[in-house]
Design a protein around this ligand. Structure first.
Ligand SMILES: [Zn+2]
Length: 272
């Protein structure tokens, strides 16, 4: 028995000992959403019941998440499929393999964030399977180039309600442009959804104050799983990275460092 336990500990340590994290056989979300990693992540399949990942996002390799996030997407897909047969929610970025920084997002680092493409209807009112993120204005109509579409509050409400009711650690945030959020909540009330669910949806859905308005997609963030002791629910302030100097700037800096400090940098300007 003791030998078995020792083996189990060694196997557990091997995956992530270098990070001081003991793997427990499931995914581990490590750190805050904007400064963290995803350990032993699982990959969302390119398609499943009620959901699909279109080629644009598949090509990025950003389909990695925690068990809980991937399970939640599956739950949402089944809800969409049941309520709106033939519809599939289009899934955008989760995290890259292993998590951490990616070229596309400040967060999405720990396998608990996912972007969902907004559902839309065409001018005749027919549901559209959106394969790209379109921008919607105050009244729920597209404001970018391309065929005019209307925001589909009914299918979006199915997604939001399924996110809230999914088993697991729960959804911490749904970032969505405020006028679209209001359309979703209006639809929820009109369709007779229980007040408690609508109120909770109102608390979870918000337009973030410090990033894009989210008028072209919905960003969903899961709470940490209780099993992931290293996971942090809250983002941290990260100092903006200093841009890499251009060759000319680097040459100026090297020249200034070599010379005695006389005058300002402008003194050398014309030579470069
Ligand atoms: Zn996002």
């Amino acid at each position: 028995m003791i030998r078995f336990l020792a083996l189990a500990v060694i196997v557990g340590l091997s995956a992530c000992a270098e990070l001081g994290v003991v793997g427990d056989g499931t995914t581990v979300s490590w750190g805050p959403p904007n400064e963290g990693l995803l350990i032993d992540g699982v990959r969302l399949p390119p398609a499943g019941e009620g959901f699909v990942v279109h080629p644009r996002w598949l090509a990025r390799g950003t389909q990695w998440g925690t068990d809980e996030l991937v399970d939640t997407i599956g739950h949402v897909g089944r809800a969409v499929s049941a309520a709106h047969p033939g519809s599939r929610v289009a899934v955008g970025d989760l995290s890259i393999a292993g998590g951490g920084r990616s070229p596309h997002h400040r967060s999405h680092q720990t396998g608990r964030d996912v972007d969902l493409v907004l559902f839309a209807r065409d001018a005749a009112g027919h549901p559209v399977d959106s394969t790209e993120m379109r921008h919607f204005g105050d009244h729920g109509r597209t404001v970018d180039a391309g065929p005019p579409l209307r925001f589909d509050a009914a299918r979006t409400w199915t997604v939001v309600r399924a996110l809230i009711e999914a088993p697991g650690p729960g959804v911490a945030n749904i970032f969505l442009y405020a006028p679209l959020r209001d359309l979703v909540l209006d639809h929820a009330r009109d369709s007779g959804a229980p007040d408690a669910i609508v109120d909770l949806a109102g608390q979870i859905m918000a337009q973030p104050g410090d990033s894009a308005p989210h008028d072209d997609h919905m960003h969903v963030r899961m709470f940490c799983s209780a099993a992931d002791a290293t996971c942090s629910d809250y983002s941290v302030r990260v100092a903006p990275k200093k841009a890499r100097p251009t060759a000319a700037e680097a040459a100026i800096a090297a020249e200034l460092a070599r010379r005695p400090r006389v005058g300002s940098m402008l003194h050398f300007g014309p030579r470069w």
